[in-house]
Structures are given as structure tokens and as C-alpha cells.
Design a protein around this ligand. Sequence first.
Ligand code: FEO
Length: 397
Amino acid sequence: MQAVKITEKVYWVGAIDWNIRDFHGYSTKRGTTYNAYLVLGEKPTLIDTVKKEFYGEMMARIKSVIDPKKIKIIISNHSEMDHSGALPQAVAAIEPEEVYVSAMGMKDITAQFHQELKLKTVKTGDKIDVGGDTISFVEARMLHWPDSMFSYLEKENVLFTNDVFGMHYATSKLFDDENEERMWLYEAEKYYANIVLPYSDIVLRFLDQVKKMGLAPRIIAPDHGFVWRKDPAKIVNLYAKWAAQAPKNKAVIVYDTMWGSTEKMAVQIADALREGGTEVKQLSMHACHRSDIATELLDASALIVGSPVLNSGIFPSLADVLCYLKGLRKKGLVGATFGSYGWSPAPIDELGKMLETMGVQVVAPAVKSLFVPDETVLKNCRELGLTVSKEVAKKLQ
Ligand code: FEO
């Protein structure tokens, strides 16, 4: 296992997780990386660690450059366990003089490991001498946890951003200029839609704050995916675009079906949206993962949800995805609901209330079909699609 040189003083010593497919409920079809970085100098410094299962891989990469015992400082920018999981083992093996964390990082890591880890808190503006260079800290609260923090290696002009500007994308090519955009762009968008989206207002304020601080890093080194050395502005600009959540002429239909009735309704609604000039994604819960639906919703202006009634409630797969999407707090959506039932249509009305609790503006009455939809129901589905299309058009004016 070899480290990868980034600059004269900075090495990647992380791990590649080629086979992870479920990252706490997020489908990671292309795996991920857990990036850790070694800064050489009079006080060798390790920035972040890796998921605990990859401790051996990280240590082997460190050993390819220096004796781990020579590391004097560890910085933990974020306490989620894909980055802090190997911290206790690393501290035990390396015996650093100090481990720097944010104040919330101190609280989180203490509650996770319940052991002495030589933690010392730092805050925005604090600087530490790493021997020949200086690392300054910028707290990035709620990007995406309260403890999140950036570390900036001043002379080398490298910004270590932890989760921010990353993506779940396993690659043996460490740099942006080595990876093809057609392969990674969806993964970057998916990562934003599923992890960063709820904090979009904070993203916009934070990008502004970083600009005012005069930080213009030549390299951005996140903890997932690859390192941005050729064009770090690219991912910053993508974040600014995604955070703005500008409306687009696009609707997402999410539905499930038991015997095909709700699907027949979805097909008519989708076709009417297209007739109205709106791009549509018709996504069945049989075929789609919740995290891919969240990704499709990132640039959409409408969310239309359809469910059959099962045991006097909505279909469980719809409850799953709506619970997930509610947490992601996508802004500016209009919506509508539809579904089939056998006894009581009340759960389909509940769907509309669920959309409203998500902040979706419901713009049409629910279309409900007693068992298999007849011509009248299908006509009402088309009306629903055309109504939503018109409402989306209004948002774009
Ligand atoms: Fe990659 Fe919030 O952990």
C-alpha cells in the first residue's frame, strides 16, 4: 500500500472502499473513498483518519512515507465514523502530542469512544504551527454536522474540507484531471442531493464567508472521492448552483403499484406533463432507490406522489421515500397526489397532507381510483398532469 503524493509536503494516505453499496441508507453504486492526508514537516500531521475497517490500509500508506510514530499532530475535521472510526487505533499506535477537533467534535468523539484521546479544541481563526507551515481552522458548522471543520495549510495553499466537495466515488485516480466528468458528475450531484441539500442556505453563506476571508486554495482535498487540483473552482461553482435550487421545468413522479392501477395513473400523468412541456421522471419504487429519487428531485420543480392503499394506509415504500425526502428539505416544489384503493381512499388524501408537511405546495386535488382506473379517472390524471405543468411554468416566469 503506497501513499500518493499531492504536493511536496502533502500525501494522500486514505483508503478505497470499492464494494460499499449502502452508506447508511444511501446507495453507493460506485463505492467510496475515505481520504486521510499526511502533511510532512517538522511536526508531521495526519488530517482525518478512515472508517475503522480500513485502519490497516491507512497505516500501510503512512508507513510508505514515514514511521507513523513520527506523526506529532492528528486533526479530526469531522466526527462521523467514516472519518473518526480509526481514530482510537491511530492515537494508540501513533501517540501524537495532540489531537485537534472543534468544540462539537470534542463532544461527539468523547461520546463515541469514551476514552482519553488527547483531544484539544480549536475554532475559526485558530492556527497551529506544524513546523515549516501553518494550519488554520475554519468551522463549517452544519456542513453537514455541527462539528464539521475545514483545515487550511497556508503556505501549500491546500484546503482540507472533509465531507464538503466530496462524492461517493471509488477511484484509483486521485485527481480531478484524471477522472472523466461523465463518470463522476452524477455522483457529485447525488452526494449534494442526499447529504448537503438540507443545509443549502448555510452553503451559500459559507461560500460567501470563505470568499471574504480571501481563501483561494490551489487544491481542495475532500474526504470522499478525488482531490481537486486542476480546477477546484469547478466543484465550488457546482455547490453554488445546487444550493441556489433554481427552478427547472421538470417534474418527478414517485409511485408504487400493487396490481398495476396506480402505475396506469402514473403513465397518464407523465404523458400529460410531457404534453404540457414539462420534463418528467416517472420513478417506480420497485425500480428506484430513495437516494436516486432524491437526486432526480434536486433540480425539479414538482413532486407528484402515487400510492395504492394497503391495510388502510399508504404503501410502505412511499412512507419510506417521503420520510427520507422530508429530511432533505428540498425547496420550491409544487405537487399533487394520486392512487388506487379498494375500500377507503382516505390514505391517498393523507399523502397530500404529507406533502404539505414537507413544504410542498399542493396544486391539484388528489385523483383516486376505485380499483382499476376507468376512462374518467385516466382523464382526471391527465388534468392533474396538465395542472402541475402549468404551475411549474408559472414558477419559471
Ligand atoms: Fe463522510 Fe459525515 O461523513
